[in-house]
Design a protein around this ligand. Structure first.
Ligand SMILES: C[S@@+](CC[C@H](N)C(=O)[O-])C[C@H]1O[C@@H](n2cnc3c(N)ncnc32)[C@H](O)[C@@H]1O
Length: 268
């Protein structure tokens, strides 16, 4: 399943790297614009001088934006095509960064160092079968008094689909490691029409309680949890543009949390 996901991400990374639709704002990034979205930009705080590891960094634009803010950045992703693209963006932008190809779970072996910040956002744990193994991995990567910053689609949102203008519950709220959602898509999400040949992916839904319990079990202290009514993509057709590259539910729909962020600390 992980290998099928990697093949799919390799194909997407090659498409995303050329950014034909402008989804990733690669040209704006190269012209000096920060790619962080408003939630993480407001929550991450001062990163200057910090050793920062960006897990599942994809083509590296957010990693490099954090580098531009003064962090000493390392990006990690299991897709060689994504890592190659990230290195190219680093070279083009002149921002100092290190990019490492590895599965998340192998990160402590691939990078035997400790970090002040482990950063992971938008489209991450849905690709990981075991959230307890994920938090143990993060605990192994954090320096004493280091912190995890996590932001992603709210797990409850992943159970929903839009049908006839209404959101209905269609997926289970938790998926065991051996029983993921099996997803199929012929193109990527950026609007580029290039066909994918590795179309099937395997994804997992981890309930909020499980994410929090896994952090606690790994010995990390949860400092805060925030829920937000915004997403950086149109998860449901009914969603409308909100401010600054974000989307929200229309006014007729009862407000509901669409994303969740949290900070957890190591060693006090
Ligand atoms: C939606 S993207 C994350 C985008 C990211 N927020 C960014 O900064 O652009 C998901 C990334 O996770 C990576 N990925 C998926 N499963 C992984 C795994 N098991 N280990 C490492 N990377 C993985 C994919 O290659 C892809 O680049």
């Amino acid at each position: 399943m992980i290998e099928a996901n990697r093949r799919n991400w390799d194909e997407r990374a090659a498409i995303h790297r050329r950014d034909s639709t402008g989804f990733y704002r690669a040209d704006a990034f190269l012209a000096g614009t920060d790619t962080l979205l408003p939630i993480e930009a407001a929550e991450i705080g001062d990163v200057a001088g910090k050793r920062l590891l960006h897990l599942q960094c994809h083509i590296g634009l957010d990693t490099l934006s954090l580098g531009r803010r003064g962090a000493r950045v390392t990006g990690l992703d299991f897709s060689p095509a994504a890592i190659e693209a990230a290195r190219e963006f680093a070279a083009k932008s002149g921002i100092s960064a290190r990019f490492i190809e590895s599965d998340v779970y192998d990160a402590p072996v691939a990078i035997p160092e400790r970090f002040d910040i482990v950063y992971t956002t938008w489209g991450t744990i849905t690709w990981l079968p075991d959230v307890y193994r994920w938090t143990r991995t993060i605990a192994a990567l954090l320096a004493d008094r280091g912190k995890l910053y996590f932001l992603d689609t709210h797990p409850q949102v992943l159970t929903l689909e839009e049908e006839n203008g209404a959101l209905v519950s269609r997926n289970p709220w938790r998926t065991p490691a051996g029983a993921p959602l099996i997803c199929e898509g012929s193109v990527t999400y950026t609007g580029d029409p290039a066909p994918l040949s590795s179309r099937v992916t395997y994804q997992w839904i981890h309930p909020l309680s499980e994410i929090l319990n896994a952090l606690i079990e790994a010995g990390l202290a949860i400092r805060w949890v925030h829920e937000h009514d915004l997403l950086p993509h149109r998860q449901f057709r009914m969603m409308i543009e909100a401010q600054d590259r974000m989307y929200r539910l229309p006014d007729e729909h009862p407000p509901t949390p669409l994303s969740v962020s949290m900070e957890a600390g190591a060693g006090g």
